[in-house]
Design a protein around this ligand. Structure first.
Ligand code: UN1
Length: 508
């Protein structure tokens, strides 16, 4: 017997209709979209077969051939219109993110704001895709570099940022002259269909975009694997677990395609003796409990100097005990549901491992909201005797492991003593400590912050991390270069042919 439909289904389907998702997206059988708020199905979606995926990639390839000929600032105009559509749809799309990913309303809206921000950024970038002019050793020559569109960009995204991560890639790829084929998480297909509908609206207002410029593949991991394996896709941006990255990376490497990998994080913060403890408390609470611990930038390990441990940790434990857990659509809720039963099992397992390793667990119990198929948990603060066991792995749930430290060098070594290298932070008012932390001898992560937590990055900086996080960079700074190919051009405007390095080759 089919499970009863989510109480939020009618409202959700109305949002999808307003955003322009066509009735043909739904089917009798296929992928079931669920709502983590009550754990029930919302809709069943038509899935993409492997041959349909191949056809979609083919359309995207044809679209690329046309799109690369459109001047970049004109491509920027399309992204500007997409940003306008996102602004107009912010309430609806933000709500949909909350319904499908379980984020509180302000975080659902924040995710859409992140999309708007990257569109604005990409519009400016569309007039700044510049290369260098380089001094040459030969007379009457000029050397320069030119950036050209690359091709079809594959995007594989995770449930926890179901739409923003696509936009970091797509907004840049579109202005760079690429087409985009998107395989969203099978846990969040509805938000992907909504975004695709907004892309089409923006395309219509633009006066038409090439068919296939933006494609969405709905289905499970096989369809993502088909995208990764396809020779017509020269760059794939994949966000998800390190385990997923270990499968994707060799396939891309074997065909010399580019990988932009944004994998696991096991992010730490250090609270030093001089820290502003009130500020640190608020920052830690958001970074560790926000998004129910389901960001790749979530704070998972906290190293507190022994001199401030007793001043901070009991207050933190009190915040963990009092934070409101429940329906993310209700005002006042700060912690929504875990995405599914598997996430709750992972949390239970990690806490059992922590106890077995001598940890003291505050919170971490399942919260009953009257919906048996939904998984709400009180965030867990775990005081650990040693940096070991579950502390070393990423559990995608609201668990914060706390340890004491004595010397800053020891705390930095612990920060760096895990496989992942995404984000990190230090709370200190001591300039020497702060500078050491962000120096070459400090944090080994892609993101290293001072007096803010490790999560909640804005789009202007390059986003991503080192080691098992995969090394990819998305969003701001010069991340756009990954979506283009560079040509070095040497031009001889003279009448002689001087060879570089003084080589002579006289054919008489
Ligand atoms: C992610 O969890 O995959 O820095 C991305 C942040 C957000 C993005 C997180 N801007 O927390």
């Amino acid at each position: 017997m089919a499970a009863p439909t989510s109480a939020l289904a009618p409202k959700t389907l109305a949002i999808l209709k307003r955003l322009g998702v066509p009735a043909g997206a739904y089917a009798e059988s296929g992928l079931t979209a669920r709502c983590p708020i009550d754990g029930r199905p919302i809709a069943t979606l038509a899935t993409t077969s492997e041959s349909e995926a191949k056809a979609a990639i083919g359309r995207a390839y044809e679209a690329f051939l046309a799109w690369r000929a459109v001047p970049a600032p004109r491509r920027g105009e399309f992204v500007r219109l997409l940003g306008e559509e996102l602004r107009a749809a912010k309430e609806d799309l933000g709500r949909l993110v909350s319904i499908e990913a379980g984020k509180i309303v302000s975080e659902g809206l924040g995710e859409v704001q992140e999309m708007i921000d990257i569109c604005d950024y990409a519009v400016g970038l569309s007039r700044q895709l510049f290369g260098l002019t380089i001094a040459t050793e030969r007379p009457e020559h000029r050397m320069m570099e030119t950036w050209h569109p690359l091709g079809v960009c594959g995007v594989i995204s995770a449930f926890n940022f179901p739409v923003a991560v696509w936009s970091w890639n797509a907004a840049l790829a579109f202005v760079c002259g690429d087409s985009v084929v998107w395989k969203p998480s099978e846990k969040t297909p509805l938000t992907a269909l909504a975004v695709q509908a907004l892309v089409e609206r923006a395309g219509a207002r633009f006066g038409g975009i090439p068919r296939g410029l933006s494609e969405v593949l709905i289905g499970e991991r096989e369809i993502g694997a088909a995208l990764v394996a396809d020779e017509r896709v020269p760059v794939v941006s994949a966000t998800g677990s390190t385990r997923m990255g270990r499968e994707v990376a060799p396939v891309l490497a074997a065909r010399f395609a580019r990988a932009i990998l944004e994998l696991g994080g096991n992010n730490a913060a250090i609270v030093a003796p001089s820290a502003d403890l009130d500020l640190a408390l608020r920052a830690i609470a958001f970074a560790a409990m926000g998004t129910a611990g389901q960001r790749c930038t979530t704070l998972r390990r906290l190293f507190v100097h022994e001199s401030v441990y007793d001043a901070l940790v009991p207050k933190l434990a009190a915040a963990y005990g009092s934070v409101s857990v429940g329906d993310p659509l209700k005002a006042g809720t700060l912690v929504g549901p875990l995405i599914d039963a598997a996430a709750w099992r992972g949390m239970e397992q990690a806490l059992a491992d922590a106890r077995a390793a001598g940890g003291t667990v505050h919170g971490g119990t399942r919260v009953d909201t009257g919906a048996p198929d939904a998984f709400y948990a009180r965030p867990a603060l775990v005081e650990m005797p040693a940096h070991d066991g579950p502390v070393l792995r990423e559990t995608f749930a609201p668990i914060l492991y706390v340890l004491r430290y004595r010397e800053i060098g020891e705390a930095i070594a612990l920060n760096n003593a895990v496989g992942a290298g995404l984000s990190s932070s230090i709370f200190t008012l001591d300039m020497r400590e702060a500078e050491l932390f962000v120096s070459a001898a400090g944090s080994d992560c892609g993101i290293a912050n001072v007096n803010i937590g490790p999560s909640g990055a804005e789009i202007g900086g390059a986003f991503g991390g080192e080691k098992e996080t995969g090394g990819g960079r998305e969003a701001g700074s010069d991340a756009w270069k990954a979506y283009m190919r560079r040509a070095t051009n040497t031009i001889n405007y003279g009448r002689t042919l001087p060879l570089a390095q003084g080589v002579t080759f006289d054919i008489g």
